[in-house]
Ligand binder design. Structure first.
Ligand SMILES: *Cc1c(COP(=O)(O)O)cnc(C)c1O
Ligand SMILES: [Zn+2]
Length: 425
């Protein structure tokens, strides 16, 4: 194996990012395009200068752009507006879901953070905004990813916006809408005859080749920067609640990164004094067709055993989740829980969310809603505590999941008699 290509990053003095830290052994490295520890091969995470983080104020954030870049003071890239890629991502609606709360037996407020409202209709625009900005700062010429679908949409769109070449890799059996929604942006789209985990392995190998030296794989060689984008899902909920933390959150898990970063975002806000500390609980949701993290949780294990994914929640189908152990730590450490739901429950979850909130979620949102229901019913999630559900993608991306069970109430002739015949008059 050749050595990891390490491009040094020289962020402007205002940037709070100070180093890359190994999440496994704690070794530290200078900021650059590196994602694994040379000592132990553990994953690297961005570390920050505590004083610089602490200089961020609520007012400064509120005066910032109406996008995730309002939190630039807490992110590892984008301090120089000339490199920042602002697609208008973030500041998605936080919806008070009283009717869903009633259906699930909540006595405390229940909220839906609707990230389907992002430019390419999933939460992935957050991680890509930060990753492509970091890639530019690191001097890469091309952007790439291994994707379960939504990441491909977002990478291709962001590259198109700034005129950067893109090459995205997806498993061949993706939902047709996600193929179309990626191809339309005009980059190179490679469908791989294999699972996401095969795609990911291929991309890790490609990232080490000379031919790909100028290519930033957002979730491989610039993954530490990519992952930080998910912290904004935590920041925004706190800001939208009037600068306070919710008592419970339910988040979907693919690699487990999003969930761990919501936790990191909440902790940072409390540490720097932008919110009151609060003992919140984090809950993780997977589909039964791919539940390696939830399975480890249920069996009390620290080891996440890889699985071969099946089922309709394709955006969550990562059989060998890189951040699984850290997601377990976040959920166990906060006193939360994990659960998984089968395809029928996912479909019902999509409909339940739509019927009670007007939000049409993709399968991942169905997973989160159905898991929330299951956790309440089994007494593991407390309906008397304020709770936020993360909806991470748009139902139009996975229409086939529910299309078969939904049709017009009646088909009628354009007359009053037609209405009467259908029993509607
Ligand atoms: C990628 C994705 C997630 C979660 O991804 P992580 O790998 O756990 O960070 C959740 N929902 C949707 C719709 C996604 O595309
Ligand atoms: Zn290490």
């Amino acid at each position: 194996m050749t050595a990891t290509i390490n491009r040094p990053l020289q962020p402007p003095a205002s940037s709070p990012a100070s180093a890359l830290l190994c999440r496994n052994c704690g070794a530290d490295y200078p900021l650059g395009a590196q994602h694994a520890c040379f000592e132990c091969f553990g994953p690297l995470e961005v570390g920050y200068d505590a004083d610089r983080l602490a200089s961020v104020t609520r007012q400064g954030i509120e005066d910032g752009p109406h996008s995730l870049w309002r939190y630039a003071g807490l992110l590892p890239a984008g301090h120089d507006p000339a490199t920042r890629v602002d697609s208008g991502t973030g500041m998605t609606p936080l919806i008070r879901a009283d009717r869903l709360a009633d259906r699930l037996g909540f006595t405390a407020p229940l909220w839906v953070k609707d990230d389907s409202a992002n430019p390419t209709h999933s939460f992935k625009d957050r991680v890509v905004s930060v990753a492509i900005t970091a890639a530019r700062e690191l001097g890469f010429r091309r952007i790439a990813c291994a994707s379960t679908g939504n990441l491909a949409n977002s990478v291709a769109a962001h590259a198109a916006r700034i005129g950067m070449d893109s090459i995205v890799f997806v498993p061949w059996d993706l939902e047709p809408a996600k193929i179309t929604q990626t191809a339309v942006y005009g980059g190179t789209l490679v469908a791989v005859d294999g699972s996401y985990d095969d795609v990911n392995r291929l991309c890790s190998e490609l990232a080490e080749t000379d031919e790909f030296e100028e290519t930033a794989f957002v979730n491989v060689n610039v993954r530490p920067y990519y992952a930080e984008g998910s912290k904004t899902l935590g920041y925004e909920v706190a800001e939208q609640l009037g600068w306070r933390l919710p008592q419970q959150v339910v988040a979907p898990m693919a690699s487990g990164s999003l969930l761990t970063k919501v936790h990191k975002g909440f902790k940072e806000l409390a540490t720097i004094g932008l919110v009151q500390p609060l003992e919140y609980r984090i809950y993780g949701a997977q589909s039964s067709g791919c539940s390696p993290i939830a399975h480890a949780f249920e069996t009390g294990s620290d080891t996440v055993l890889p699985v071969r994914p099946t089922g309709i929640a394709k955006s969550l189908n990562i059989g060998n989740p890189a951040d699984g152990p850290y997601a377990l730590d976040a959920v166990r450490g906060t006193g939360g829980a994990m659960a998984h739901v089968d395809d029928e429950e996912i479909r019902a979850g999509i409909q339940l969310l739509a019927e009670t909130t007007g939000v049409f979620a993709e399968t991942a949102g169905g997973v989160t809603t159905a898991v929330c229901k299951k956790l309440v019913e089994t007494g593991r999630l407390d309906p008397s505590r304020e709770t936020v559900l993360y909806n991470t993608g748009d139902g139009l991306k996975t229409l086939d999941a529910v299309a078969g069970r939904l049709s017009p109430t009646a088909v009628i002739a354009p007359t009053l008699a037609g209405m009467r015949a259908a029993g509607l008059l």
